[in-house]
Design a protein around this ligand. Structure first.
Ligand code: ZN
Length: 344
């Protein structure tokens, strides 16, 4: 089963971090981090509905102004998410411009800015263009299990990591794909009809196997039969797990971060993770609260990632990208050295 989205690192591994995730057949995309995003066309930027920012060090947030420039004057509500202090950071960026001619814009750009501190609450503020982007506080909403966004076809969870400042790591997940074997439906003598949608929804809701599904025939005066979900799973359904993408940048290799990443990233299909330094530089990396390439590989192995994409390389390794990739891959495949925790 193909995933319902495509991922693209916006820049090469030495460029600013930004991962563009485009949903197939929807003209919609989400972005992880807002580094240098000039390589994305305005057409692609205008598809963004949600932008998740790990932290506001400049290389992760510098693209905000370009995004604002492209979206200004259009009827767009753009949802931004970030760590503690994020709402103030966005307010300061918007406050850096003069907005005296925007009150009559026919189409209004609105930023809905969300801030999460790793707890059970999502703080929110609205920044509407026609009111000169002055912040309007919104009611807080509850957060369970780090889930920042949940829609029928998509969820995004986060974990708060230690980068000497709070830094968010993210996982984007699709729900499982529920497919119906049409030939088996016929063989079982079951009709097509709206009941198949109810069946799919019951699975996505996580109902138990003994949950009864009403099967209704149009012919025969609306004949009805109840069949258990478990029986239908065995006879006519193919259930494929959804794709899971992990995004991790700027973090110290320490027990608390590892524990949080294990919980967040368990079984990811693709792990995009910073591999900023060679492991021989583990001490300076730790002093800067960054991961080495080997540490990125060890994390990928610990969380059971299926594929690893190391990126966000330090400029000091220009021309030596292969060295960092090979080190990360060796650790991922468990051919590396001792998985030692380095402290700053
Ligand atoms: Zn940083």
């Amino acid at each position: 089963m193909k995933p319902g989205f495509q991922c693209q690192l916006v820049n090469d591994p030495f460029g600013d971090p930004a991962l563009y995730v485009e949903f197939l057949f929807q003209k919609r995309a989400v972005l992880f981090d807002l580094g240098d995003i000039h390589a994305l066309s305005p057409r692609k930027l205008l598809r963004l509905s949600h932008v998740f920012v790990s932290h506001t060090h400049m290389d992760h947030f510098y693209g905000f102004d370009y995004l604002l420039r492209v979206c200004l004057g259009r009827a767009i509500t753009l949802n931004l998410y970030g760590p503690p202090g994020f709402i103030d950071r966005v307010a300061h960026r918007l406050g850096g411009y003069t907005w005296n001619l925007v009150e009559n814009y026919a189409d209004e750009l609105v930023f809905m800015v969300h801030e999460w501190a790793g707890d059970a609450t999502l703080r929110r503020c609205r920044f509407p263009c026609r009111k000169a982007f002055v912040r309007e506080p919104m009611p807080e909403v509850p957060v369970e299990g780090g889930v920042l966004l949940e829609e029928p076809g998509l969820s995004v969870r986060a974990a708060l990591l230690d980068h000497k400042i709070p830094c968010l790591a993210f996982v984007l997940e699709e729900p499982q794909h529920v497919n119906i074997w049409k030939n088996r439906l016929e063989e079982a003598g079951l009709p097509k009809g709206p009941w198949l949608q109810h069946l799919k929804q019951a699975i996505l809701r996580g109902e138990d196997d003994d949950y009864p599904i009403e099967v209704r025939w149009r012919e025969g005066k609306g004949h009805v039969r109840y069949i258990s979900l478990g029986e239908l799973k065995k006879s006519i359904l193919k259930i494929v797990p959804g794709m899971k993408i992990g995004y991790v940048v700027d973090a110290l290799y320490c027990p608390s971060n590892l524990g949080r990443l294990e919980k967040l990233l368990n079984g990811v299909d693709w792990l995009y993770i910073e591999a900023g330094f060679a492991h021989e530089e583990a001490e300076p990396a730790a002093r800067k609260y960054h991961l080495t390439a080997a540490q990125a590989g060890w994390i990928a192995r610990r969380v059971g990632a299926k594929r690893l994409v190391p990126f966000h390389f330090s400029a000091r390794y220009q021309g030596e990208a292969d060295k960092l990739v090979e080190e990360a891959v060796a650790a991922f495949r468990d051919t590396g050295v001792f998985d030692g925790v380095i402290t700053p």
